[in-house]
Design a protein around this ligand. Structure first.
Ligand code: ZN
Length: 148
């Protein structure tokens, strides 16, 4: 188990140091801003659709290692998904990181590296900020979302 934990930390470290899809999408079909006042994380998520499928998704912002790695992993996980598939994945991920267990753990893929935060309730908001912001972008909320 400790080997697995080290591997997970390695992936998080890598995604924090070299975040994937860390750029602005202009024009984007949807975008939203999110804040996690507890930690100071802030993020903007951009989404592009092509025929009902997420063709591109990216983010900008600044935050802790967990929030940055989570956003980076999220962008990789979402490409090619429909809106319904994306929402289902968030539900699954949210359940896993809030210690309710994942209904379909196998579907989490690389996102599984973040499930360790379930043991640290204050970091759950860091891990879910990008996802809440992504959902707000889907819902086209005009107000920035906050984890508070
Ligand atoms: Zn954070």
């Amino acid at each position: 188990m400790s080997d697995l934990r080290e591997l997970y930390q390695e992936v998080i470290f890598d995604h924090n140091r070299k975040p994937r899809n860390f750029r602005k999408l202009d024009p984007a079909d949807r975008l939203a801003e999110g804040f996690n006042p507890l930690c100071g994380d802030q993020i903007t998520v951009y989404v592009k659709f092509d025929q009902g499928v997420i063709s591109d998704v990216s983010f900008e912002g600044s935050g802790c290692a967990i929030s940055t790695a989570s956003a980076s992993l999220m962008t990789e996980a979402l490409k090619g998904k429909t809106e319904a598939e994306a929402r289902a994945l968030f539900e699954n991920f949210h359940s896993a990181v809030t210690n309710h267990g994942c209904a379909k753990c196998d579907d989490l893929g690389k996102l599984e590296v973040l499930t360790g935060v379930a043991e640290y309730p204050s970091r759950v908001k860091c891990a879910t900020l990008a996802w809440h912001t992504f959902t707000a972008a889907l819902d086209q909320k005009d107000q920035p979302v906050t984890t508070e």
